[in-house]
Design a protein around this ligand. Sequence first.
Ligand SMILES: Cc1cc2nc3c(=O)[nH]c(=O)nc-3n(C[C@H](O)[C@H](O)[C@H](O)COP(=O)(O)O)c2cc1C
Length: 202
Amino acid sequence: MSRIADHPVDPLFTNRWSPRSFTGEPVPDTVLRTAFEAARWAPSGMNAQPWRFLVTRPDDAWWGTYLGLLMPRNRLWAAKASALILILSARELERRGERVPNSSHSFDAGAAWANFAHQALLLGWHTHGIGGFDREAARARLNISQDFSIEAIIALGRKGELEGLDPEFHGSEAPNGRRPLDETVFAGTLDSPAFAEERDAA
Ligand SMILES: Cc1cc2nc3c(=O)[nH]c(=O)nc-3n(C[C@H](O)[C@H](O)[C@H](O)COP(=O)(O)O)c2cc1C
């Protein structure tokens, strides 16, 4: 099933979706470098670039630790990813030589992850965000200080066939939809949709 946008957008945005049927094919450094490079160019408040990425691949020493952080249901499919990436964001930034709270650290890390996901897709690799993991264990086992907020884990891999995926997930292994714009974009306050034609169509 392919997605149909309500308004014209570049297919990149509708083509990105989050499969669970990964092949386990090793991901080359060139792919990761380019995807992280795209993330690097995301905008951020005061250009603080609060994002940090911790990467593990199946052949390295951290893979088992990262898999162990995942909720069992997520581990079922993420074990066949080619990389797991923990996204952190620095809670403070430096302004005029002083450490001050950065109110947009999570927002900015989100922008970086979106860049990463779209660039990975352009290279033929899919991503799947994971919020279902033990953040306290991640902080302890990976020695992450309170200076950083633990945002999400991203699974990256080549999309595989349904046969390789635990049957529990077969029913949801397809691109999903979105709420319409008239429930998402508003004129000034949340009281009325922003676009007249959306209201007329409703
Ligand atoms: C921060 C974040 C956390 C997520 N956590 C999980 C998760 O724990 N398990 C899971 O299967 N999918 C998870 N997802 C995937 C979302 O359910 C998915 O992105 C959403 O349904 C939209 O679908 P799409 O990415 O295919 O467009 C997460 C996505 C994001 C961005």
